[in-house]
Write a protein that binds this ligand. Structure first.
Ligand SMILES: [Zn+2]
Length: 404
């Protein structure tokens, strides 16, 4: 995201345009006088900018608002069909893509299996999904102004570079540049999957209105997206939140995807849950529900009759307990207002939240108890896909030209 300070009147005008456009995006429908107040600009300045935005089709008038004494004001709103964003959620074995309008509506989405980790092939798979979506939504490619991509791994967001991903088995892949070329030159914003999800929660989910919270992605990988002061906290190099490799067992423990032992992910990741289920669920139970021990998936364990088995409930409780220890550590470091549990594991139900809270409360100073809420993600769409969209939109609204 570029930040600039105005050095001349032309720059100032551009910044005012961005400001006005952003206020309409976030607060619309909004009247001109309210807009001027919010932007701290004079009404004539706002009128000039709004007229330009209406002429360009970016803003539209949407009827009348409540009168505060005089004439009823004309309300302004962003024209959500003025532009579109392509969003991508990537993980090993699968890619989900979608076209959003800038009002946050999904026009269409596309899910496909990936049988390769070769970067060029992954880029081509995403590119062909894009072409398919363009064709099926009937929109003009020219109006797709940006792409947001959420990927697992350590990511240099400024260069769109995947520094390392054990999930994708990638090192130093310039995914942003490669994909931008395949997507006919539109800018691509790459972000870590948990950070993207946290951003979506902040904009559209349980995190709305919170400035300091942590989103936990509990899937095959375990990671955190940390929001501090309303912004993603990336740390020195943008790698913050790799809590999957927080060590919980110092001598031994199960082997982790990173090659070490005793990491949180080796205890709470979907792989660990499935391994335990394979050991604990009797063969006749698996047979009864037509499940293959060697192909057991998380969705099999979430199937209600299986989920209600005491063996599965025990595994979920135990996993929640380990998570509770990790959450207690996070609470002690960051003092968040809210912890959002997302990903696969929380789909097992409210008992995951209860196990986390119970264990967390045993391990934090008593002054922290009751200061942090723990909830399950309630976003309808996949949080990291929504986040990829929201981050690209944010970037789009922060740069100086609409027609990049
Ligand atoms: Zn690890």
């Amino acid at each position: 995201m570029k930040t600039r300070s105005p050095s001349n009147s032309k720059d100032l005008k551009v910044l005012n345009r961005i400001l006005v456009r952003n206020i309409i995006r976030k607060m619309g429908p909004i009247a001109r006088y309210e807009l001027a107040k919010e932007a701290d600009l004079t009404p004539p300045t706002v009128t000039v900018i709004v007229n330009e935005l209406i002429e360009e089709g970016i803003v539209k008038e949407v009827g009348y608002g409540e009168s505060s004494g005089g004439r009823r004001p004309v309300m302004l709103e962003l024209n959500s069909k003025a532009a579109y964003i392509f969003a991508v959620r990537l993980q090993r074995g699968e890619v989900v893509t979608a076209i959003f309008d800038i009002g946050g509506n999904i026009l269409n989405h596309h899910k496909r299996a990936l049988d390769t980790s070769v970067a060029e092939d992954v880029v081509e798979a995403i590119g062909s999904s894009y072409d398919w979506l363009i064709e099926n939504t009937g929109i003009d490619k020219v109006n797709v102004l940006g792409c947001g991509l959420a990927s697992p791994g350590l990511i240099n967001i400024h260069r769109g570079l995947i520094e390392h991903s054990s999930n994708l088995k990638w090192d130093k892949i310039p995914l942003g540049a490669m994909l931008s070329k395949r997507l006919y030159g539109i800018p691509v914003h790459v972000e870590n999957i948990s950070n993207a999800a946290a951003f979506a929660e902040k904009e559209y989910g349980c995190g709305r209105g919170y400035h300091d919270f942590i989103y936990l992605n509990l899937s095959v990988g375990v990671g955190a997206g940390i929001i501090i002061g309303g912004k993603i906290y990336g740390g020195a190099k943008g790698y913050a939140g790799e809590i999957g490799h927080m060590v919980l067992i110092s001598d031994g423990g199960p082997e982790c995807g990173c090659g070490r032992h005793g990491c949180l992910e080796s205890l709470c990741g979907v792989k660990a849950i499935i391994e335990q289920a394979k050991k604990e669920l009797p063969d006749q139970v698996l047979e009864k529900y037509g499940l293959n021990k060697n192909k057991l998936e998380m969705s099999d364990l979430l199937y209600p009759p299986v989920l209600e088995r005491k063996e599965v409930q025990k595994i979920i409780k135990e996993t929640g307990r380990w998570m509770g220890i990790a959450v207690a550590n996070l609470v002690s470091i960051f003092n968040p207002q809210l912890i959002i549990l997302g990903g696969e594991l929380p789909k097992a139900g409210q008992q995951v939240v209860e196990a986390v809270i119970e264990e967390m409360n045993k391990r934090i100073l008593k002054e922290f108890i009751g200061t942090v809420r723990v909830v399950r993600s309630s976003l309808k769409e996949e949080p990291s896909l929504m986040g990829a969209y929201a981050l690209a939109l944010d970037a789009l609204f922060s740069i100086e030209k609409w027609d990049i």
